[in-house]
Ligand binder design. Structure first.
Ligand code: 7RM
Length: 656
């Protein structure tokens, strides 16, 4: 099994309609209804979003302008005052949902916890007061470096409640990567745990924080809050470090949500781009709240009886939008799982679905492909009949994996929503609405109402049906990122000037290749820049190259992706060595480990290939296209006339 190829996708003609039963009960019930919503939003986007904002969110003060668009900078719901923690918690307490399960948590060693809306509210208020007592104030930034435990969601909601912006750093990132992010965000505090479980081992999170902060290398950080999770010894630094369980329970549960301006910073989340330094993607309060709220409601079709489970980590945007904010804003029951799919526990996902009667399940193609490999006997021996809707996200799903998901997990009765979006978009942009839009395996189908998605050429012209082009968006939407933290110029250059504005109209460039078929269905082909997608994790090739060249033995490095059956792509690094160094197995191993300690295990190269020289153009640019072909074992084809030294290519070929 492999990534979808143009051929396999072009020949995909299967169409799956939702059942009449599903459609009748759905939030959006028919293609006609979808089209009406789409046309209404297109005709007057501001009115469309304003109507939803009025109906779906609580406002301390209403906005006076829906959209202030000074391309490429947008402000939504100008001068409105709201609070996402209030929308996720307080407003449910005056309804029957007060005692409904808000968060169901399944721990890795088999422990579990359920928090009702009233209980979650209380925890959040107490922790918000704990943050205040340590000097965290409105406008401050707080780093969150945690395992998948309820305290991660509590910490996010507590920050939002008092108006401190969070910056969650995935627990799989190294101390180095954590430090870079804390420094860039100038975080005042860090919330972490002693350790976290990851695939049968303990990740020493607090030790990593200590390393990140050593020698005053992240001087903005004044306090570290530590949850006791795994129980191993950790060094607590007097004055700086505080145990969560010693501070939080002492705090008052009275902490009114701070009325926040619509455009106040809600969070920063770092993501990889084409250049070395990860970008701090900025999301603000009201627009993000509305967009994640309404996409969650319509796409996952949430009903009050649902048990909704998104398997992402809160360290990624999917965890922010579709574990925490979207579901809770809707008063849904959201499930959080600390474990991860692995060969030593091949039934883990299916056990959780059976145990809690999960009805809506949202995961990544890489997880689906890993489970296909582990064998059908695992899902087949569990009762998965509670499921009614499935979703995927993170990378293109190949039709074979889609069909397995549909048949073996969905029992052929569950619609599948293949959701295309990005950290930058805040929420889902292209997807089926499950009761309304028939699906084709491998296609994300149609844009969400209000999203003017298109496939264009580099001049911004719409390309013809079934012609390849660049995925783009022609109008702002409430969930869009507002800027790159501290670097508005980079925001403009990366997303809004790659395709030059046409007649003064700015076009958002997503960085993905796509095509639209004769039914208007989008087929996303993957990144067109130097970003690779390994097991649904987004990595910049330059980031990995920088990590490699920071090793004393390395002179030059070029990183490319090669197709991988399970992970979608795997990392291949071509490396030239400093004069005195010689290639060896041991050195390859050392370099892989070096990348792990610079970035994290998700960036570990699958393969290191030593070379005498890298293929370059006369102007000195590394010809990645050639390396990609070499890495995937393909014939190097196309134009090689710009290659400066042809013997380099010959040598690389011989070496493979
Ligand atoms: C949500 C998330 C974004 C990149 C994006 C694409 C790829 C995501 C799909 C997809 C095809 C999908 N945020 N991508 N979803 N490609 N079909 N349904 O993943 O910022 O981490 O990554 O992921 O390349 O640009 S992300």
């Amino acid at each position: 099994m492999s990534q979808p190829t143009i051929e396999s996708i072009l020949h995909e003609e299967r169409l799956f309609e939702p059942s009449a039963e599903f459609s009748q009960a759905a939030r959006v019930k028919s293609l006609d209804e979808y089209k009406q919503l789409y046309e209404k939003a297109k005709a007057n986007p501001e009115a469309f979003w304003a109507e939803l904002a009025e109906k779906e969110l609580h406002w301390f003060q209403k906005w006076d302008t829906v959209l202030d668009w000074q391309p490429p900078f947008a402000k939504w719901f100008v001068n409105g005052k709201t609070n996402i923690s209030y929308n996720c918690l307080d407003r449910h307490l005056t309804t029957w949902r007060k005692n409904k399960a808000a968060l169901i948590w399944e721990g890795e060693p088999g422990d579990s916890r359920t928090l009702t809306y009233a209980q979650l509210h209380r925890e959040v208020c107490q922790f918000a007061n704990a943050l205040k007592s340590l000097g965290v104030q409105k406008g401050d930034r707080v780093g969150i470096y945690m395992p998948m435990i309820p305290e991660a969601a509590i910490a996010m909601l507590a920050c939002a409640r008092i108006g401190a912006a969070h910056s969650v750093v995935f627990g799989g990132f190294s101390a180095e990567a954590l430090r870079d992010r804390l420094v860039d965000a100038e975080a005042k505090a860090v919330i972490t745990a002693d350790g976290g479980w990851r695939k049968d081992a303990i990740v020493p999170l607090k030790d990593q924080v200590d390393k990140a902060l050593a020698d005053n290398s992240a001087p903005s950080v004044q306090k570290v809050l530590v949850v006791k999770r795994t129980g191993q010894e950790v060094a607590m630094q007097a004055e700086r470090d505080v145990w969560w369980h010693e501070l939080q329970p002492k705090m008052s549960a009275d902490c009114p949500a701070e009325p926040m301006d619509s455009e106040d910073l809600l969070f920063i989340l770092y993501t990889s781009g084409s250049t070395g330094k990860p970008k701090g993607v900025v999301h603000t309060t009201a627009g993000y709240n509305l967009y994640t709220h309404i996409t969650t409601q319509w796409i996952f079709d949430l009903q009050d009886t649902d048990v909704y489970w998104c398997t992402a980590d809160v360290g990624w945007i999917t965890g922010h939008s579709y574990i925490v904010y979207g579901p809770l804003s809707n008063g849904a029951t959201t499930l959080m799982y600390e474990g991860a799919p692995r060969a030593s526990n091949p039934g883990c996902f299916w056990d959780v679905i059976e145990k809690y009667g999960v009805t809506v399940f949202y995961t990544a193609p890489t997880a689906i492909r890993a489970f296909i490999k582990m064998g059908d006997e695992h899902p087949n021996s569990r009762n998965l009949s509670s499921l009614r809707l499935l979703g995927t996200v993170g990378e293109p799903i190949n039709p074979e994996a889609w069909m397995w998901y549909h048949t073996v997990i969905g029992g052929e009765r569950c619609p599948i929503v293949d959701t295309w979006w990005q950290t930058e978009t805040g929420g889902i942009m292209i997807t089926a609405l499950p009761g309304a839009i028939a699906t084709k395996p491998g296609s994300a189908t149609l844009p969400f109402p209000g999203i003017l998605a298109d496939v264009v050429d580099l001049d911004g012209n719409t390309v013809g049906n079934n012609e390849g082009g660049y995925l783009a968006v022609r109008y702002p939407w409430p969930g869009m990122m507002r800027t790159v933290y501290g670097d508005p110029d980079r925001f403009r250059r990366t997303y809004w000037e790659h395709i030059p504005p046409v007649d003064g109209k700015y076009i958002y460039f997503a960085g993905d290749g796509a095509r639209c078929d004769e039914d208007g269905y989008f087929w996303v082909m993957g990144r067109v820049d130097d970003v690779i997608n390994v097991a649904g994790h987004r990595l910049g090739t330059m980031e990995i190259e920088s990590a490699l060249v920071s090793h004393p033995a390395v002179a030059e490095a070029a990183v490319v992706g090669k197709p991988d059956e399970v992970k979608g792509q795997d990392i291949v690094a071509f490396v030239t060595l400093e004069g005195s160094q010689t290639p060896s197995e041991a050195l390859a191993k050392e370099l892989k480990q070096h990348v792990v300690s610079e970035i994290g295990a998700i960036a570990r190269p699958g393969e290191i290939r030593f070379a005498d020289a890298l293929p370059k153009t006369r102007s000195g640019k590394i010809m990645r296209r050639l390396l990609r072909s070499l890495a995937s074992g393909e014939e190097v084809s196309g134009d090689t006339s710009t290659l400066e030294d042809r013997s380099v290519l010959e040598k690389l070929r011989e070496g493979s």
